[in-house]
Design a protein around this ligand. Structure first.
Ligand SMILES: [Zn+2]
Length: 334
């Protein structure tokens, strides 16, 4: 039965704004009859339809704790809490229970929900671009400024890898064995009760001397500055936006091709993620060369004595690592 009021106000799919308004009113438990654009009549089935929004309400939100009627099956009797907003070619929106979509629309139901998912992902992609395209220029500028920090870490990493390979090997091996902590194994000696160990009664006890900072940076052989340069190449391919007109132009152009729009949003998101990742890598490398970390390594290597395979001392702002008659001097970063 078509709506006796004639064609409804939505000759096309409602805007996100209208849809949000409708959902708010449903949850606010406004009387259904008072909601503009909503019809409580059963739609003509062979007309054009789109499922446009999934929604849930709770009985607590409804007046007299009653459910919502389904336009397809319940003839205005309360029926469901989980359902969809349906748009129909007669210009009206209707609410239907979640079971009735497949029952009444059959194979078209799946096409409609697929289209709904696509519309949402287009909308999300577009919103993301509105918000993030204007940030690209700033992200490029900040990434360029990371050059000094990258080079400072890279230079130090290169130096200890080349001039103190025994130390690097020993630290990495220990961290691998002990979940990233610097540990030593002590033989329990002397009389008295034997200390219980995790191994359950052995003569040895593993002691943590210090946490190891910057373990990942020590293991990763790719220079930070190479990461940084690659990211700048990726960022340079994204549009640079300097004002709202340009933003509008780029998004209007992308909106004509939803696939392209989504790809763009993914590309921007991916590039930004790489920048975050670079920040993480830099902090990791800097923490390795921090005074605190070097003190930890020094205590640990002192405790191991000759087993460490190297000797590390702190002299002023530098660490001096000696192994195999070679001496490596590296300035700490904090
Ligand atoms: Zn129903």
């Amino acid at each position: 039965m078509p709506d006796p009021r004639g064609p409804g106000p939505h000759s096309r799919l409602p805007s996100t704004y209208d849809l949000r308004e409708l959902l708010q009113r449903l949850r606010r438990s406004d009387p259904l009859e008072s909601i503009p654009g909503l019809s409580l009549t059963k739609p003509v089935l062979d007309e054009e339809h789109e499922i446009i929004q999934r929604f849930d309400v709770t009985v607590e939100q409804r007046p007299d704790r009653e459910r919502l009627p389904c336009a397809l099956c319940s003839n205005n009797k309360p029926k469901f809490l989980h359902g969809f907003v349906l748009w129909s070619g007669d210009g009206w929106l209707r609410i239907i229970g979640s079971c009735c979509g497949p029952k009444y629309f059959g194979v078209h139901y799946h096409e409609m929900t697929r289209r709904m998912a696509k519309r949402f992902s287009n909308e999300r992609a577009e919103n993301y671009l509105w918000e993030n395209l204007p940030k690209i220029a700033g992200v490029i500028a900040k990434t360029k400024l990371l050059s000094d920090r990258c080079l400072m870490c890279d230079e130090r990493m290169k130096k200890i890898r080349e001039d103190a390979p025994e130390a690097v090997k020993s630290i990495v091996a220990n961290a691998n064995e002990n979940d990233g902590r610097l540990c030593v194994v002590h033989k329990i000696s002397g009389a008295g009760p034997r200390m219980k160990t995790t191994a359950g009664g052995s003569d040895f006890q593993t002691m943590t001397i210090a946490p190891l900072r910057g373990e990942k940076a020590l293991k990763d052989k790719k220079p930070l500055n190479t990461y940084r340069k690659n990211i700048l190449l990726i960022l340079a391919k994204l549009p640079s936006i300097s004002n709202d007109d340009e933003l509008l132009e780029v998004i209007t152009d992308l909106s004509t091709d939803p696939q392209k729009l989504r790809n763009y949003a993914d590309a921007v998101m991916g590039a930004f993620k790489k920048v975050d990742d670079l920040h993480g890598r830099i902090s990791e490398a800097e923490s390795f060369f921090s005074r605190e970390n070097m003190i930890g390594i020094m205590k640990w290597s002192d405790d191991l004595e000759s087993h460490a395979g190297f000797d590390l001392k702190i002299q002023g702002k530098s660490v001096v690592i000696k192994s195999n008659n070679e001496t490596c001097v590296v300035k700490m970063l904090s």
